[in-house]
Design a protein. Structure first.
Length: 356
C-alpha cells in the first residue's frame, strides 16, 4: 500500500510517499526555521502563510522524487491513500495541511487518514531497519509535548506521564533564549554544550506530588514531568553568576556572558534535562514491563539522550523532527489495524487533543 503523507502542524511543510509503512520512496521537508530565527520563535500567522506557499510545490517534489511523475504531471494512480496531521498543532498551520489533503482526496478519490502528530512521531521508529516490539513504552519529546505512552499493540495507547507545564523542547528553546543562542534552542544548546562542563552548575530535579494535577489525561501521575522550574533555575543561576538582581532585564543577560559560561550553562542544563527524562522513563519501565522502548520527537535528535539510552529505539536523526514519512507510516498501521478512513467532508482539526 502506497501512502502520500502530509505534515504542516508547526513550522515544517512536508510531504512523503511511503510504501507499506516502512519504505520511504520520497521525503520532502521545507523548514521555516530560517524565517523564525529572526524572531526567536514561531509566529503562527507567518507559519500558516508559509505553509500555504510551500505545500503544493512540496507535494509535487515528493511525487517527482518517488519517480511518480508522467510528462511532468503527478501520477495519482500510484497512490492508494492520503494521510495528514490533523491534531495537535497550530490551528492555522494544521488548516493548510488538512484542507490540502482533503481537497486532493476528493479530487483523486483516495481514502483519507487524519493522523495524530504524536502517533506519527512514535511511528518514525518503524522507518528503521529494526522495528520495536509490543508491548512498548514511548517517550515522546517535542517542542509541544513530553509524554510517556504505553502501547500494548498498534494503535492501543495509554498516556502514563505527561508534562504539567512546559514541554522539554520548549524548555531547550527558552533556555537558549536566556543564553543568547539561536532558535531552535535544542540544536544550538547541544552544539554549545560540546565545549562546556556539565558539572559546572547544579539544577534541581522536580519532585512532583502524585495528587494535584491540573489537567487529567489519565489518572496516573507518577511519571509526570515539569520543566518550567528548570528554566527558571537556569535564569537564576545566570543572574547569580553575573551578580545581577532578579529585577535586571533578562534579555540583557546573554550579552554579559562569555562563551565559556554559555557553554557551561548549556552543558549543565542539557545534562539535567536528559537525566530528568530518563529517570521518569526508567521508573515507568519498572511498573510497565515492555519489550521495547521508543524515544521520538524533535528532542530525540539530542546526542546526549541517544548516548544515555543505548537500548532504546530512536528514529533516524533526520526523521526525529517533523516530517511526513512518519505520518504515512502511522496511517499505514491504522489501515492495518482495521481503522477506517475518514470522510473528507467531515475531517476535523484540533489544536490540542490526547493521542488516540
Ligand atoms: O517534534 P518537533 O520537530 O516539533 C514539534 O512537534 O514540536 O520538535 C521540535 C523541538 C524544538 O523544541 C527543538 O528545540 C527540539 O525539538 N530539538 C532538540 C534537538 N533538535 C531539535 N532538542 C534537543 N536537542 C536537539 N538536538
Ligand atoms: Zn513534532
Amino acid at each position: 500500500m502506497i501512502i502520500l503523507g502530509i505534515e504542516s502542524s508547526c513550522d515544517e511543510t512536508a510531504a512523503a510517499i511511503v510504501k507499506d509503512g516502512r519504505q520511504i520512496l520520497s521525503n520532502v521537508i521545507v523548514s521555516q526555521v530560517d524565517i523564525f530565527k529572526a524572531y526567536g520563535g514561531v509566529i503562527p500567522e507567518v507559519a500558516a502563510r508559509s505553509h500555504l506557499e510551500a505545500i503544493l510545490p512540496v507535494i509535487h517534489q515528493a511525487f517527482k522524487d518517488a519517480g511518480f511523475q508522467k510528462d511532468g504531471q503527478d501520477d495519482w494512480s500510484q497512490i492508494d491513500a492520503i494521510a495528514v496531521t490533523h491534531t495537535p498543532g497550530l490551528l492555522g498551520s494544521l488548516l493548510i495541511g488538512t484542507l490540502t489533503a482533503r481537497t486532493l482526496a476528493i479530487l483523486h478519490n483516495k481514502p483519507l487518514y487524519p493522523v495524530h502528530h504524536l502517533k506519527s512521531h512514535i511511528y518514525s521508529a518503524w522507518l528503521n531497519q529494526q522495528v520495536p516490539d509490543f508491548p512498548l513504552l514511548a517517550l515522546v519529546v517535542s517542542g509541544g509535548h513530553t509524554q510517556i505512552i504505553h502501547m500494548s499493540n498498534h494503535n492501543k495507547f495509554q498516556i502514563i506521564g505527561t508534562t504539567r507545564d512546559d514541554a522539554v523542547g520548549e524548555c531547550f528553546d527558552k533556555v537558549a533564549k536566556i543564553l543568547g543562542l539561536p532558535y531552535p534552542g535544542g540544536p544550538s544548546i547541544a552544539q554549545a554544550a560540546t565545549q562546556g562542563d556539565s558539572h559546572k552548575y547544579r539544577f534541581p530535579h522536580p519532585k512532583l506530588t502524585t495528587k494535584a494535577r491540573p489537567s487529567n489525561n489519565s489518572a496516573n501521575t507518577a511519571y509526570d514531568f515539569s520543566f518550567s522550574g528548570l528554566k527558571t533555575a537556569v535564569l537564576r543561576a545566570v543572574q547569580e553568576e553575573l551578580k545581577k538582581p532578579i529585577s535586571f532585564p533578562s534579555h540583557q543577560l546573554a550579552s554579559l556572558l562569555n562563551a565559556q559560561q554559555v557553554a557551561d550553562f548549556a552543558a549543565s542544563f542539557q545534562q539535567t534535562a536528559v537525566d530528568i527524562l530518563l529517570e521518569n522513563l526508567t521508573r515507568a519501565t519498572q511498573n510497565y514491563p515492555c519489550k521495547s522502548i521508543v524515544i521520538a520527537g524533535g528532542v530525540s535528535a539530542n546526542q546526549l539522550l541517544r548516548e544515555k539510552a543505548p537500548k532504546c529505539f530512536f528514529p533516524t536523526k533526520s526523521l526525529s523532527g517533523d516530517n511526513a514519512a512518519m505520518v504515512a507510516s502511522a496511517a499505514f498501521f491504522e489501515h492495518n489495524s482495521g481503522i477506517q478512513p475518514t470522510d473528507p467532508y467531515t475531517i476535523t482539526l484540533q489544536p490540542r487533543s490526547p493521542i488516540q
